[in-house]
Design a protein around this ligand. Structure first.
Ligand code: SUG
Length: 445
């Protein structure tokens, strides 16, 4: 069956700010407490969506989540009216207030793991919301993520949206950021590749020493079971613990796959040769050869890959049989990466085009082009069955630009989170958004 890949980008929410909440994510820690520009962040994200939609790539969006998260604040003992809750949290626990305000659901690569219907036993498209239990500010996202996915992918004949795995360290799950799918084409059965950072129930297994491994093998296996994936077409690969300790907090910071191509750094995996061997063998079962595009440390050191987010790129199939690499502007600014990319596109690789975007507002929190999107391969029938109000069009783009300009602040510093007016502004903006997207009740929690 033929299928088309849609990228569901996270629409940046009105409370986008830099709170330094993600230990192990170098950018988040470096920019802590600097002022953000939520309006610019949202416009930068929308510009990417618009440009890729205009090029003919399948493009849609996932809405931001309601902020501040009063459920979180009340669950840890801040009581009274909303204004009282905010005032007490600002005074007694500003970091928890920042968690409740985080716009982190914008990185939709962490919203869920997705298995297309061509891969699942029951022929449905499966989603499992990621529990994101490694970070307080992200550990509550899954309820609203599952809710939004169920609103968009409602028809149970085609779609299954699973609740997040138990929110305990054994099942640390960060969604599609640690998952990629290799295949001949989007519509035929593919090989699903889960990359994990540590194993809970094997004390002898290697693990990072400095920074947390957010994804476990046990979580990856559980998602594969929920999605009804076949053992022959499912591969588990361990991430190199040393690169996690250098700031590679998700696999999508060091590798990206599309169709039969895997673009990755030499140091991405704990056992590179073993990983490639497993992938080749599984792909042989779907009559496909792996196209491995390896970037050597001599050409691009891990630190430059992390600084530029070279691998946090989108690899998109084009009609000419080649692929475009969607990269952040920072790739042009890090010399080793800029040189590498120049050689790559000139050298007859399957990647024959670079498309770059200014996503600096998101990048400053460690979120590049690939973090901002959730890939969903849809057959024609599935694409017709999903909610259409989230599909990016020129008309929706223009409506959303007006909406952003009306509701978003152009500066948000740490002290602004204590302003009770901000909570009202965010809620008002999101109520209007649910009407624009045709998703009434999305924020009636
Ligand atoms: O989980 N940053 C996010 C970035 C997520 C990137 N996603 C992928 N690689 N797929 C994170 O670390 C920073 C928030 C703050 O510090 O204010 C943050 O959550």
């Amino acid at each position: 069956m033929s299928a088309r890949e849609f990228n569901f980008d996270g629409l940046v929410g009105p409370s986008h700010n830099y709170a330094g909440l993600s230990f192990g994510n170098v950018a988040s820690f470096s920019n802590v407490k600097s002022a953000s520009n939520p309006r610019l962040a949202a416009l930068q994200g929308l510009a990417k969506m618009r440009a890729l939609a205009a090029r003919g790539f399948g493009q849609a969006l996932l809405p931001p989540q309601d902020r501040p998260n009063f459920r979180l604040l009340r669950s840890v003992g801040f009581t009274g009216s909303d204004a009282e809750v905010l005032a007490r949290a600002a005074k007694e626990a500003p970091v928890i207030l920042a968690c409740a305000y985080s716009a982190s659901p914008m990185w939709t690569a962490n919203a869920a793991t997705v298995s297309p219907s061509a891969d699942s036993a029951d022929g449905r498209l499966h989603f499992t919301a990621a529990n994101l239990n490694n970070k307080l500010h992200r550990a509550f996202e899954h309820t609203q993520s599952a809710r939004a996915l169920r609103a968009i992918f409602k028809d149970e004949k085609h779609f299954a949206v699973h609740d997040a795995l138990p929110g305990t360290p054994a099942f640390g799950d960060e969604g599609a950021a640690n998952h990629t799918r290799l295949c001949k084409d989007h519509g035929s059965a593919g090989v699903e590749v889960f990359v994990y950072g540590r194993t809970e129930f094997d004390a002898a297994a290697s693990a990072p020493k400095k920074y947390p491994a957010r994804q476990t093998l046990e979580a990856s296996q559980a998602v594969a079971r929920l999605h009804g994936l076949s053992a022959e077409r499912t591969v588990y690969v361990q991430q190199n613990p040393d690169v996690i300790d250098q700031g590679v907090f998700h696999n999508d910071v060091i590798a990206v796959g599309n169709a039969n191509a895997l673009f990755y750094h030499e140091q991405a995996f704990a056992d590179e040769a073993g990983a490639l061997d497993q992938l080749r063998r599984a792909l042989a079962g779907v009559d496909t050869d792996l196209k491995a595009i390896r970037v050597d440390t001599d050409r691009v050191p891990v630190a430059d890959a992390v600084a530029s987010y070279l691998f946090n790129s989108q690899l998109l199939s084009k009609d000419n049989g080649k692929m475009a690499l969607v990269i952040p502007q920072e790739c042009q600014e890090v010399a080793s990466v800029a040189n590498y990319l120049e050689g790559l596109v000139a050298g007859g690789s399957v990647i024959d085009e670079l498309i770059h975007f200014d996503l600096r507002q998101s990048m400053r929190n460690g979120g590049g082009p690939a973090c901002l999107r959730l890939r969903v391969a849809l057959t024609d029938a599935e694409a017709a069955a999903m909610h259409q109000g989230v599909v990016m069009t020129e008309a929706l783009y223009h409506t959303l630009v007006v909406w952003v300009e009306k509701h978003y602040r152009d500066r948000l510093g740490p002290a602004d989170l204590a302003d009770p007016q901000l909570a009202i502004e965010v809620h008002t903006a999101l109520e209007e958004l649910s009407r624009i997207l045709g998703l009434p009740g999305l924020y009636d929690l």
